[in-house]
Design a protein around this ligand. Structure first.
Ligand code: ZN
Length: 65
């Protein structure tokens, strides 16, 4: 299990990975209810929600390092 770097909840990496895909137009496709992930500074980070990912992207330095 991965841990959400924003709120500390556990995240099912398999579910987050499985729901991340790409459409024919290159847009990412995912189920916001099953978590998500973001590649940052050489590492995949897993989040339990889009809200947490948005917070992370707004200020990654708060949650990394
Ligand atoms: Zn979270």
């Amino acid at each position: 299990m991965a841990q959400c770097p924003v709120c500390g909840n556990t995240v099912d990496e398999e579910a987050a990975r499985a729901t991340t895909g790409f459409t024919a137009h290159g847009a990412s496709e995912m189920d916001p209810a099953k978590g998500t992930r973001q590649f940052h500074d050489g590492t995949w980070y897993y989040f339990d929600s889009l809200e947490c990912r948005s917070k992370f992207l707004a200020n990654p330095g708060n949650y990394v390092g």
